[in-house]
Design a protein around this ligand. Structure first.
Ligand code: OGA
Ligand code: MN
Length: 293
């Protein structure tokens, strides 16, 4: 099946036209989306008037879902499906979260460059984020191409980082913003997990740098040395030429491949305007250390 694809950036990201996701996708459409993802890593599908059930049907047709959103105060879940991650600034009754709400503080971590669920031992494959309500300005999402970032590294840096293993945890990323209000149970739930720093994408064969603000150390390295290297690599990988900025329209569905991209939310006036986005996430096949290098 041939998709009508328009690139959105010189390196990655494309819009797919002529697709209607109100009906579950055929095996041919799912395969065509996978092929577009292997090439572009971020795929935008505009104007999809789908509800939670339709978003679930679409996502499950692409692969097995992550079933445990890693959030604080998970018992206050606003949405019908447990697997659906609530990327909003809303209370369970639909009102805007209070300025000092712990969930708001925690969600601010999405403004740091990251790869979804890199803090889980088997991390995320695709994320699929659907825009239900968007604010009048701000609230864009930026994506960075970690394959292009790898390709642009000098050879000596490539061989220096090639075999490194990092520990990732939500506790590390939140600490960067000064958030440390985790309960003992959450500390246990969010204990660090190891991930390769350099990965090979099974669909494209391309290598990429597996960066994320969840990284807290490199195995065998003193932490300050590890974190200064990670900071340098992150600056390199998020230079403007590697970044696409998505300005949302209502009913956009954006699919990104967490194995080879990072993303971050941009600010908006979240005490005044509602932003309601809902995400489903596919599980990767195995921990990165169990995958081919
Ligand atoms: C996410 C995420 C960024 C945004 O959904 O995983 O990081 O702009 N979202 O909301
Ligand atoms: Mn995210």
């Amino acid at each position: 099946m041939e998709l009508d694809i328009r690139p959105l950036h010189p390196l990655f990201c494309a819009e797919v036209l002529g697709v209607d996701l109100r009906e579950p996708p055929s095996a041919e459409l799912a395969a065509a989306i996978d092929a577009a993802m292997d090439r572009f890593a971020v795929v935008v599908v505009r104007a999809q008037q789908i509800d939670d059930d339709q978003q679930m049907a679409f996502a499950t047709a692409l692969g097995p879902l992550e079933d445990t959103p890693a959030v604080v105060d998970a018992h206050r879940h606003r949405l019908k499906h447990r697997e659906m991650v609530d990327i909003s600034n809303l209370e369970t009754d639909g009102s805007i979260l209070a300025a000092d709400d712990r969930r708001r503080m925690f969600n601010l971590g999405n403004r740091l460059w990251h790869s979804d669920s890199s803090f889980k031992s088997t991390p995320a494959k695709y994320s699929m984020l659907h825009a239900r309500v968007i604010p009048p300005e701000g609230g864009e999402t930026e994506f960075a191409d970690m394959r292009a970032a790898w390709d642009a590294l000098p050879a000596d840096m490539r061989s220096r980082i090639d075999q490194l293993v990092c520990d990732h945890s939500l506790i590390y990323s939140r600490a960067l913003l000064g958030f440390d209000a985790f309960t003992p149970a959450e500390r246990e739930q969010f204990a660090p997990v190891p991930q390769r720093l350099v990965r090979r994408h099974p669909g494209s064969g391309r290598r990429s740098i597996y960066l994320s603000s969840h990284i807290g150390t490199i195995h065998g390295w003193p932490r300050p040395e590890a974190l200064s290297l990670i900071r340098d690599l992150t600056e390199h990988a998020t230079q403007r030429e590697f970044v696409y900025r998505h300005t949302w329209r209502e009913h956009d569905l954006v699919i990104w491949d967490n194995r080879c991209t990072m993303h971050r939310a941009r600010p908006f006036d979240d005490l005044r305007y509602k932003r309601d986005m809902r995400r489903l996430t596919l599980r990767d096949s195995a921990p990165t250390l169990a995958q081919a290098a």
